[in-house]
Design a protein around this ligand. Structure first.
Ligand code: ATP
Ligand code: MG
Length: 417
């Protein structure tokens, strides 16, 4: 018996009235069996085959998004759940890549035939909500219990290269061991360079799931290495430490994971590694400063925690994020469970209020305008000098900043004369 959200019965009851039979399948069922809750639910609809009929039936429950029309997928956001409705189908390979399939929808397929297009046995378990029956044609339950990732269909597995990444991702995420046949298939697919058929965004989606949803992402990266891909570094064990300190923000977590993967690379090497995975400039721009400053926590601690240096560091990175990276590196390399430098820097940065952001500048552009100086390159030099002075504690208040500016302007006038 699978405990699905009871609110879905409103939808299911309507479907029964039109002789449609919903079968829950995929990640939602797998996660339920593992005792995990998921907000994404895949529902296969048997008995009807008209896409517009399905849309029409679902419309009263919310706005239906049929972006996946060519794949016969209809999305509905309902009561906090993301529902993906699809029809039973057979996929016929007709082109290269992850999407190179011609699909054949058949409302009367039996569950096993429809499920044979799925990747792994643990993802091919269904639940017939009307008859309350678990459908497990490929013995996914046993594999889940024994923690084994096994392929559903050995002949068609190689037709989608994304499955190599999915294999590593699921092994990492659920700490599964990989079945020998599946391992060989993945290795062959890599050596036949099938991964080149994938857009990097699709690869990165799986890498993100691996790093964000695993307690031990290194398991997945070890596999990627053994498969023969170049998606790993010698720092993969640091990821396991990062995953103990994840923030609530997934973009930040992705940044931290990428920074950990290549913390000891120079700018050029790190850029190359990251651009192989994603074109997202914002991510790269956040990762590079963390890498560049990865050793600053130790350096500043060893020089008796100079406030100026800490203020300066806060202009380059979020100290809070750097502390996560630094401590993960430290804990990976040392057996101690105390990171003295990290604790001391955390304490000081907190006192200075610069854990999350840099020191807010006291002197503003408008203060300079008040002295009848027009905006010019000189202007930003004054602001930079003022900020340097503030970081060196030459002033700590707005008034102090104005006094500093008067002196500064007087002096620069004298120098000019
Ligand atoms: P997650 O929790 O990451 O969403 P999931 O198993 O639900 O895991 P999805 O990508 O949402 O993964 O896909 C839903 C289901 O569709 C999978 O469980 C699997 O049965 C099937 N599936 C998805 N991608 C593939 C693929 N590339 N090849 C074969 N089957 C796939
Ligand atoms: Mg899913």
């Amino acid at each position: 018996m699978i405990n699905y959200p009871k609110k879905l019965d409103f939808i299911f009851d309507k479907l029964y009235n039109y002789n449609a039979l919903p079968i829950l399948v995929g990640g939602f069922i797998r996660d339920k069996i593992l005792g995990l809750n998921s907000k994404d639910i895949d529902i296969e609809i048997y008995g009807i085959s008209s896409f517009s009929k399905l849309e029409e039936l679902l419309e009263e429950f919310g706005s239906v998004n049929s972006v996946g029309k060519s794949f016969g997928v209809c999305k509905l956001h309902y009561e906090g759940y993301d529902l993906d409705f699809s029809f039973p189908r057979v996929d016929n390979k007709n082109n290269i890549g992850h999407r190179g399939f011609q699909i054949e929808i058949n409302p009367n397929l039996d569950f096993k035939t429809a499920a044979s297009r799925r990747d792994f046995t643990i993802n091919a378990i269904g639940y017939d909500v009307k008859n309350k029956i678990l459908l497990d044609p490929f013995n996914g339950l046993v594999d889940l219990k024994n923690k084994i990732l096994r392929v559903v269909n050995e002949d068609s597995f190689i037709e989608d290269p994304l499955r190599v990444l999915r294999a590593a991702q699921f092994c990492g995420r659920f700490e599964l061991s990989i079945d020998k046949k599946l391992f060989e298939l993945c290795k062959d697919m890599v050596s036949n360079q099938l991964l080149n058929e994938l857009p990097k965004e699709r690869i990165f989606e799986e890498i993100k799931k691996l790093v964000l949803k695993s307690n031990r992402p290194s398991i997945g990266f070890e596999l990627l290495k053994k498969f023969g891909t170049n998606i790993y570094t010698s720092n993969i064990y640091i990821l396991d430490e990062i995953s103990k300190q994840l923030t609530t923000n997934s973009a930040t977590n992705t940044v931290l994971m990428l920074a950990a993967l290549c913390f000891d690379y120079n700018d050029k090497q790190a850029t190359y590694f990251i651009q192989n995975l994603t074109n997202e400039k914002e991510l790269l721009n956040r990762v590079l400063p963390l890498i560049k400053n990865h050793n600053k926590i130790n350096e500043i601690f060893n020089s008796n925690i100079d406030n100026y240096k800490l203020y300066k560091l806060a202009t380059e990175v979020k100290i809070e994020e750097l502390l996560i990276l630094s401590s993960a590196i430290y804990f990976t390399k040392n057996s101690s469970n105390i990171y003295e430098a990290g604790d001391a820097i955390y304490k000081r940065a907190k006192e200075l209020n610069i854990l999350k952001e840099k020191l807010p500048p006291l002197l503003k552009g408008k203060d300079i305008l008040n002295f009848k100086i027009k905006p010019s390159p000189e202007f930003s030099k004054i602001l930079d000098d003022a900020y340097e002075a503030q970081m060196s504690c030459e002033f700590t208040t707005r008034n102090g900043a104005i006094v500093w500016l008067k002196k500064y302007l007087k002096l620069s006038k004298e120098i000019k004369v």
